[in-house]
Design a protein around this ligand. Structure first.
Ligand SMILES: *Cc1c(COP(=O)(O)O)cnc(C)c1O
Length: 412
């Protein structure tokens, strides 16, 4: 069987040689050299300012690699902020998104030096303004006017073609109508100079993305005019896709740049921002897990793996499996297996995927595109299994960053 194109064969020997009793319930590996060259390629342009959406993968080494490729950081919680600051990143390279910013959290972020906020409600706007006023009276040196972007959630009127597909309501940002209650001049302590919009996911077509982005320009620029904002920054979030299902669809980064250069002109902004998650880091990551059992059940071949959604929940909540390959070589013909994990719930399924039909107990499987939405998105505590180890592969060697942890490490 030839290795799939998502598998970087430079890591193959290290994975084959890696024998650790601690990792018999599955572990993650991130190929940092590949990540670094991918990120450098993303930075070969002057159209877009790039941020990394930390939720995709908050591992220290991943953040450090993004830092060295001059990415900035989008954090959505106090924990993510602490992790990014702990890597020595200056707070002026951090922006804060998220629907649950309390006044307390905004105060903490301002005190820690964060100066860029994507505001998602009228309360957040009022609170941030108050925080800056309060800072000015206690610690004038910290009372810099933060850069503020208002997060907009668009819907299209009934009957009109909706570029987003559905009109499902989320807590991310506010409608144009709600934002029209604001006048920028009412918030003298904030530099409200941008709009943020992001309500699509895993897009795999340049044409579709461009069409989506272009249809945002008119409603956004007219909102800015209505509320007295000079629109300097447009942040289009993330959503650039990964071809998990191997459908032969891939976004062209060069086309994204050309399209966004156009959007920049159309919207008249000085800066265009993207906060990349999966498009930045998915490809560098792998998840390796042993096969514990194989059985035939109602004419379906099933493999039971040492771990499933306790380490990788994404397939169960999106119905998009991560692609898989057998770690050793095999010339046996492929057939489709149901891949299950150890949890006592039918949710614990990583996919229905082809593997060589000689796959056997104790073989190891490697899942691809696990650099994003893997370790921290999962549900590791259910049924008291082990927390997965995380390794990086750098300069030809595996280095352990987080050791596997038994259930005794978190049970009380
Ligand atoms: C999750 C998220 C992203 C990244 O999304 P991807 O689809 O992984 O690129 C960017 N911006 C915000 C505000 C997010 O919540």
């Amino acid at each position: 069987m030839t290795k799939p194109n998502w598998f970087d064969t430079r890591i193959e020997n290290a994975l084959l040689e890696h024998q650790s009793p601690d990792d018999e319930q599955g572990y993650f590996v991130y190929q940092l050299d590949a990540l670094k060259s991918h990120l450098e390629q993303l930075q070969q342009q002057e159209v877009i300012k790039l941020w990394f959406a930390v939720k995709a993968n908050p591992l220290s080494k991943i953040i450090q690699t993004l830092d060295s490729a001059n990415f900035n950081f989008d954090v959505a919680s106090t924990g993510e902020l602490a992790q990014v600051l702990a890597q020595g990143i200056s707070p002026d390279r951090i922006l804060n998104t998220g629907p649950a910013k309390s006044k307390k959290q905004l105060t903490d972020f301002v005190k820690l030096g964060v100066q860029t906020f994507v505001v998602e409600s009228l309360n957040q706007l009022t609170w941030l303004n108050e925080v800056i006023v309060e800072q000015a009276s206690t610690e004038p040196s910290l009372a810099k006017k933060p850069t503020v972007l208002l997060r907009v959630q668009l819907q299209w009127p009934e009957g009109e073609k909706n570029p987003l597909g559905g009109n499902s309501l989320t807590p991310f940002g506010l409608s144009v109508e709600e934002w029209q209650n604001v006048q920028v001049s009412d918030y003298p302590n904030l530099d409200i100079c941008g709009l943020h919009i992001f309500q699509w996911g895993n897009m795999l077509s340049n044409e579709k993305m461009y069409s989506l982005w272009s249809q945002m320009v008119a409603p956004l620029t007219s909102l800015a005019a209505d509320i007295g904002m000079e629109l300097k920054i447009l942040d289009l979030g993330g959503g650039l896709g990964i071809d998990y299902l191997d459908e032969g669809k891939q976004l062209s980064w060069q086309q994204v740049i050309n399209d966004l250069a156009d959007i920049k002109v159309q919207s008249g902004v000085e800066e265009l921002w993207l906060e990349l998650g999966r498009f930045a880091v998915a490809e560098c990551g792998y998840y390796v897990v042993p096969v514990v059992d194989r059985k035939m059940n109602y004419a379906q071949e099933q493999l039971v793996l040492a771990a499933g959604i306790n380490h990788l929940i994404r397939p169960a909540i999106t119905e998009q499996p991560f692609p898989v390959t057998l770690l050793r070589n095999s010339n046996a013909p492929s057939q489709a297996f149901d891949l299950h994990g150890p949890l006592c719930t039918s949710l614990d399924k990583l996919g229905h995927l082809p593997l060589p039909n000689d796959v056997a107990v104790d073989d190891k499987l490697v899942f691809g595109y696990c650099g994003a939405y893997g370790f921290t998105e999962s549900m590791p505590f259910f049924l008291c299994h082990q927390l997965a180890a995380e390794y990086v592969f750098q300069a030809g060697a595996l280095v352990e960053i987080r050791p596997a942890q038994p259930a005794t490490s978190y049970l009380a």
